[in-house]
Ligand binder design. Structure first.
Ligand code: DAH
Length: 339
């Protein structure tokens, strides 16, 4: 074999072996085989004196070129192995560097408050049910004993769609839907969105959230209502909270009351938030009106029940000391991230 051929064969073999390596260790073995002091390339140099005189210069140059080529190939292969192998790469990375920050989402304060309210009542045995945001005029008004000439039926107070359909103005129609499907005894809470064409300001929005409550059985009295709302106030606003009932009128309950909780900012002493009254109104409630029972086919002589409805935004504002309802809807992360 001519000396040129010999070099060519070593080159081809070496490149094949380099290409076949998959780790830096394997690559090191190949490097030692060819380029160490006793390696194949050194051996070629040692053979130089035995080469024919006229071939010596080109053989010498050829070995040097081969050595350089193999060094290049080894470098390329080690770069490739490093970039493909995560663990080897890790050695080239500063693992003490802080990891990139990942923002973890939080629940919206309204979702959170609504969930807290429902959790309190769930623990008392209430089931959580929902109803549609588009309602019939009948469920939203008639069935709830709201007469045709009642001002809340006015187009200024309600978003009408068409053919007696509207955006529900409260969660109370879910009372009707539930009682049409289920006979007593039952106790439910109903979280959801409601809509009223109110001009937006610090305390009004055309959409807000309510939680409705309804408990019906054969011997439900006002005492049961008081128990449920006392439990709710102490769980939601703290065990020192007091609750008071003021007589009021709602078409769907009789008797009806507006319910106040002692101001959690000043503990009832009187401050700006409670307008020096020491009390904050949080919900409406009462005993289910017999006409509502009649509308759903429940015998009012046999069954009785209580109902209540509260505004979630208002409760969240009191709980967290928020003074503008619009903050809930602006999607400003500086606000939302605080919850
Ligand atoms: N639906 C009433 C409203 O939106 C709130 C309400 C008051 C609900 C008394 C009730 C209730 O169930 O008994 O203003």
């Amino acid at each position: 074999m001519g000396s040129e051929d010999r070099l060519k064969r070593v080159e081809e073999e070496a490149i094949r072996e380099i290409d076949a390596t998959t780790s830096l260790d394997e690559l090191e073995t190949v490097k030692i085989k060819y380029l160490s002091r006793k390696g194949i390339v050194s051996q070629l140099f040692k053979d130089l004196p035995n080469i024919q005189e006229d071939e010596k210069p080109s053989f010498g140059k050829g070995i040097n070129r081969l050595k350089e080529l193999l060094n290049q190939e080894l470098k390329q292969r080690s770069d490739k192995i490093l970039s493909e192998s995560g663990s080897e790469l890790a050695e080239a990375v500063d693992i003490t560097m802080p990891a990139p920050r990942r923002d973890i989402g939080v629940l919206h304060p309204i979702t959170k408050t609504m969930k807290e309210i429902c959790d309190v009542f769930s623990h008392m045995g209430f089931a959580v049910v929902e109803g549609p945001e588009i309602e019939t005029e009948y469920n939203n008004f008639e069935a709830l004993n709201i007469p045709v000439d009642h001002p809340s039926r006015d187009t200024f107070d309600t978003f009408y769609i068409k053919d007696k359909w509207l955006l529900r103005s409260h969660t109370s129609p879910v009372q009707i839907r539930y009682m049409q499907e289920h006979g007593p005894p039952f106790s439910i809470v109903v979280p959801g969105k409601v809509f009223r064409p109110d001009a937006v300001d610090a305390s009004h929005s055309f959409m807000f959230h309510q939680v409705e409550g309804l408990m019906v059985s054969d011997n439900i009295t006002f005492a049961n209502l008081k128990w449920a709302l006392f439990e709710f106030a102490s769980a939601c606003f703290g065990p020192a909270s007091k609750v008071r009932f003021r007589p009021h009128f709602f078409p769907f309950t009789e008797p009806s009351a507006e319910v106040d909780v002692s101001c959690m900012i000043c503990q009832g002493r009187g401050c700006r938030v409670c307008s020096q009254k020491g009390w904050l109104e949080i919900l409406g409630a009462g005993m289910v009106d017999p006409n509502v029972f009649k509308a759903v086919g429940i015998d009012p002589d046999k069954y009785s029940g209580f109902a209540f409805g509260m505004g979630v935004e208002r409760i969240a504002m009191l709980k967290y000391g928020i003074d503008d309802i619009r903050l809930f809807y602006e999607n400003d992360l500086r606000f939302l991230n605080q919850f």
